[in-house]
Design a protein around this ligand. Sequence first.
Ligand code: F6R
Length: 638
Amino acid sequence: MTEKLKFIAPGSQEETRFEKLHLVVYPSPEKAAIEIAQSIAQLIEKRKKENRNCVLGLATGNSPLNVYRELVRLHKQEGLSFKNVVAFNLDEYFPISKENSQSYVHFMHSNLFDHIDIDKSNIHIPRGDIDQGKILDYCNWYENQIKKAGGIDLQLLGIGQTGHIGFNEPGSHLNSRTRLIRLDYLTRRDAAKAFEGVENVPRRAITMGVRTILDARCIYIMAWGNNKAKIVRRAVEESETEFVSASFLQEHHNTTFIVDQEAASELTRIKTPWVVKQVDWTEEKIMHAVTWLCTKANKSILKLTDEDYNQNSLSELISLHGPSYDLNIRMFNKLQRTITGWPGGKPHVDDTYRPERSSPAPKRAIIFSPHPDDDVISMGGTFDRLVSQGNQVHIAYQTSGSVAVSDEDAVRFLEVSQDMDANGNPQEIQGLVEGIKRKQLSDEQFRRVLKLKGSIRKRESLGATRYFGLPDDQVHFLNLPFYETGKIIKNPVSQLDIDIVVNLIERIKPHQIFAAGDLTDPHGTHRVCLNIIFDALKILKPRPFIKDCWVWLYRGAWEEWETHEIDMAVPMSPDQILRKRKAIFYHETQKDGVMFQGNDDREFWVRAEDRNRETANRYRFLGLPDYAAMEAFRRYHF
Ligand code: F6R
């Protein structure tokens, strides 16, 4: 039998005492995937030696992608054979044809089966094209096939936002078996991007049941990124419930939950480690504990008492760093010193307690923006201040953002150009308009439309940067090649992507770099763009100018740094909030029900304002000055 994975630092018994499932935290999804793939490879080899088949239960989605990549590599480069593998997939949308590029049949073939030597007759994926009347018999047949194969040796799982495993949505019974189910709205919204709109996502699916999954001899369940953190904690630390089917894994004696640090961030041992273990009290940890205690005790920092600390698992902190009077003042001052109206540093003043250096002044800054609008959404107020305070600001849009422009918008712009350009090629434009409407574009036409969409976003961006007074030659459209597939699935990052960023940094020799430190979605464009910047900085590290370059990370549109993570907070007046709003409005195609809204129905400008107001409110709650809004940054030391 395959053992529970041990991996790195599974956590002591004391610190995991809230966890009802064996859980291991990995530094990155990539590293975890390599170990998972190796463990699968060992099992395949072991079974081969025993002259037996290895029965694998497989999942689709983002979570297992790196595992499949590593398995393909093991096959191609290290000769791992899959001849003795029998595979059963968890689920499939219903109804859907095998040919549909969103089907799980397509996913499994393009990400794994087409690249390994598995016997095609050993592949089983629930059929999304079966007659509705035959589904019951078909599901029984699927269950029997698993039994006939000897049961599943190792089952891979991801976890959905609803806590589903397979497509066992809330309400699924512990003893459920393979069946047709109705997909939860949240699940469909998560899939909306791939289907280009939630209305195109099938409403039902065929899925293995909870009991089918629990029958597997060994289970690995994976979760990556912040947006899985809450549901991971729910499944692992709270009691079993049919409202979160992953919690039923607590019944299984050989399950390992494998997560990265972001997906682990809501677990008690990470979020409030002082509750479960002795803590190594760094300044950031102390700030974390103090701000947490403020919420718990509903008090501002300077009102906390020794008793508050002692009654809330923080007696050790107070005995090492107390009394509360001193500790409170120290943390209050520290937080106060994160606030500055001079994000580029205030010239000619003592900067001992300021987040940025006063010299050189003015500074050269590059603001990297993954898509053409993250700059203004996430740090529009700071951008505005940097420019108006005389710094030389460069904006670098890393990707064209073309896939986020709707076909309707593309048609609108084509028709405008048709109206304007009597001498151009009206037939060509008409061809494009009709092709878009009929959803039938040739490859060449597809490329033309993509270029148009990229150009629309470019012009919108220039509207915003000009509004903030930036000359056009300080705006750089990098169009990184990894993004330019025109599809949701992007190309792997290449040296060319990194070189483009290296060259820009080298040319400008900035004193400040601002980048989107977004770790929410491990496969998302923001994370990829951030890693490209990190790789570029690694290459540039030996260059002398880099020593004077400070890197500030802002968070993307979805969430903000926690208070203890903030190194610089830039306040905004009500007027500055309005200027930021106006800059966001220039990105017209991203307004009013944008294509990739995510799980939040608010428009970007509303989200940005709510978030900046919340940060300011949080500072006020902790006893600091009362600002209308604040943008927050974390310094990255490389
Ligand atoms: C996929 C499946 C689902 C996914 C889950 C997480 O076959 O059954 O349970 O594992 O929705 O999806 P990702 O990995 O895309 O976040």
